[in-house]
Design a protein around this ligand. Structure first.
Ligand code: AGP
Length: 607
């Protein structure tokens, strides 16, 4: 939800900022801009649309300067337009911002009464006005930012520069991520570490309420109380190659193909022989005895992962488990207390709804574990324990590899809890670990179906409506398949438990409504086949996600997205791959921008 970058060093900041922005474009792409200080002047360039438009503009109207800030926007206050693009400039103050100023109308009225004239509809301009006003009254840039922060409510990450103090950037964060990258004779700034890759591996993550000053000589940080903070950098293990497309047409396709390796890494991190070891210490026996319920909070794709995690936790750890939408949970009067284990699942660790649910759960005394891909994200900082997905940077806006990695972690949690509670028989545990260890092979096998899937996708590329059905462990798979198609191809797609179809959705089915049925060979296969026959009888065209050897199912389908033969425990892992590829190829056949679907952003940091 908006990407912020900054550079203070010896080079021309412009190409550095563009490279950093390219890596953050997944956070928003409604408009982009940058500001530099050059020869005593603050110079700003902005353009509407994707970063490429800004690059073209910079080709026509070049900029240069050794200190600069940049922004890629996902609009909240004010439509995507030139006047609302960042940086927002007031006099020689230029400011980029991620977040929402909750009291912005109030501040705008107050500033308006004092004679300030606004050039945009954004809440961001209010901050720039406040900084400029304080500086006009004699404050330094840092004091001006502090003065503005004191009057604002809400979460923010921002960076400001001013020609009057030409060699520095002031950055501040509260509730939203901002990372400083310490290079040789230069300091960088980014909304996440991917922005910094290739220039430095030493990063400092700003804590809530902190203000930082960046110059070519280094960074200084002050806490909310105004005291200098001494904090060394953390080494970031992600590489440029991991964050590059590596020859694939889109990041999404690359990330789909990375899944066998990612799952190997995620499982390898937590499996020792036929044992699960989520950390150096086994789950605390007292905690395992005390917990009588598990709540998983998440949104979007992470919530779909929670649906299959829920089933694993109930069946393997024998604990009642709820998979809750974080945005619902935070306002619900749920029955949670110290005997509830809360698991918050989030790729980014910055999803506002999930963070708010995590805080609410903590407030009610639950132990809180984060299942997260971005270490040092806000969620990991709020949790008692973090279980990393080990998926590497996920750049495409549509989540793929982190869906599988988070499901894997949830299955491992189920096994470890079951073991700690003494409810999993050793043979069941060994069999489950064996099945999980087979996931990378199963994913490789699923990827073998890519060409066939692309052909099927081409046949359905013009369909405007789809129904996705699954049962048991694969209800989440059906929902995820539908979400991928919605996100990428802008196609209406409904995901349902197959048993629910006859209670309403069946009315939608006709020959214009293809029905995608996730049909692995598990104990619900016969039931699912009946649903499939019902859909066929209404004229539905059936696309089966099933084994080619499963002749009984194949002959009921018009088309097949091939599924390898796998243990039922891991069928949600294998079955989602054909659906990811199907959505990818439908969107690609329609000529859409797969990695940057309209209206979406990778991390939704507003409520
Ligand atoms: C996934 O394709 C989506 N872009 C979206 O649903 C996402 O999963 C959701 O916003 C949650 O994000 P998180 O995992 O970073 O919390």
């Amino acid at each position: 939800m908006c990407g912020i970058v900054g550079y203070a060093g010896a080079e021309n900041a412009v190409p550095v900022l563009l490279e950093c922005l390219r890596r953050l474009e997944y956070r928003g792409y409604d408009s982009a801009g940058m500001a530099v200080v050059d020869q005593g002047k603050t110079l700003v360039r902005r353009s509407v649309g994707k970063l490429a438009a800004l690059e073209t503009m910079l080709g026509r109207e070049p900029l240069a300067g050794a200190t600069g800030i940049g922004h890629t926007r996902w609009a909240t206050h004010g439509a995507p337009s030139l006047k609302n693009a960042h940086p927002q400039q007031v006099n020689d103050v230029a400011l980029v911002h991620n977040g929402i100023v909750e009291n912005f109308l109030e501040l705008r009225h107050e500033l308006g009464d004092e004679g300030c004239v606004f050039g945009s509809d954004t809440d961001t301009e209010v901050i720039a006005q406040l900084v400029a006003q304080a500086m006009a009254r004699g404050a330094t840039l840092r004091e001006g930012v502090r003065a503005a922060l004191r009057r604002m409510r809400g979460s923010y990450a921002l960076a400001v520069l001013c020609a009057r103090e030409p060699n520095q950037i002031i950055a501040a964060a509260n509730g939203l991520p901002l990372v400083l990258g310490l290079g040789c004779g230069e300091v960088l700034l980014g909304s996440d570490v991917t922005a910094l890759l290739g220039r430095t591996e030493d990063a400092i993550f700003l804590e809530d309420g902190e203000v930082a000053e960046l110059t070519s000589g280094g960074a200084r940080i002050w806490n909310a109380a105004g005291r200098l903070v001494e904090r060394g950098p953390r080494h970031v293990a992600w590489s440029v190659e991991q964050a590059a497309r590596g020859g694939y047409k889109h990041f999404m396709l690359k990330e789909i193909h990375e899944q066998p390796r990612v799952l190997g890494d995620a499982l390898g991190a937590y499996l020792v022989g036929d044992r699960v070891a989520l950390g150096p210490e086994p789950v605390d026996a007292a905690l395992a005895r005390r917990v009588n319920r598990v709540v998983i909070a998440a949104c979007g794709t992470s919530w779909h992962a929670a649906l299959s995690g829920r089933i694993a936790i109930e069946s393997l750890a024998r604990l009642p488990c709820e998979a809750a939408w974080a945005h619902e949970l935070r306002y619900a009067d749920s029955v949670v207390d110290g005997a509830t284990l809360a698991l918050c699942v989030s790729q980014s660790g910055e999803t506002a709804d999930t963070l708010a649910a995590a805080r609410e759960l903590r407030h009610r005394g639950t132990p809180l574990w984060a299942v997260c891909n971005v270490v040092s994200s806000s969620l990991t900082r709020a949790a008692d324990r973090t279980l990393c997905m080990h998926a590497g940077p996920e750049i495409s806006v549509a989540s793929t590899k982190t869906y599988l990695a988070s499901m894997a972690v949830l299955h491992l949690v189920a096994l470890e809890l079951g073991h700690a509670r003494g409810v999993v028989a050793p043979e069941t545990l060994r069999a489950a670990v064996r099945a999980l260890r087979d996931i990378p092979r199963a994913l490789e096998a699923a990827l073998q179906g890519e060409e066939a899937i692309a052909r099927v996708a081409a046949r359905y590329a013009d369909s405007e409506h789809f129904l996705f059905l699954g049962r048991g462990r694969n209800v989440g798979t059906a929902l995820e398949g539908a979400l991928k198609l919605k996100e990428l191809a802008y196609t209406h797609a409904e995901g349902y438990p197959a048993g629910e179809m006859k209670h309403g959705p069946i009315a939608l089915i006709d020959d214009k409504m293809p029905v995608v049925v996730v049909a692995p060979r598990d104990h619900l296969r016969e039931k699912l086949r009946s649903n499939l026959i019902e859909a066929r009888a209404r004229g539905g065209r059936i696309i089966g996600v099933c084994e080619l050897e499963d002749r009984d199912t194949v002959e009921l389908c018009d088309d097949v997205l091939p599924l390898p033969s796998v243990d039922p425990l891991i069928s949600p892992f294998a079955a989602v791959v054909p659906l990811q590829l199907f959505a990818y190829y439908v969107a690609d056949a329609r000529g859409l921008d797969v990695d940057r679907p309209r209206n979406l952003a990778k991390s939704v940091t507003v409520e």
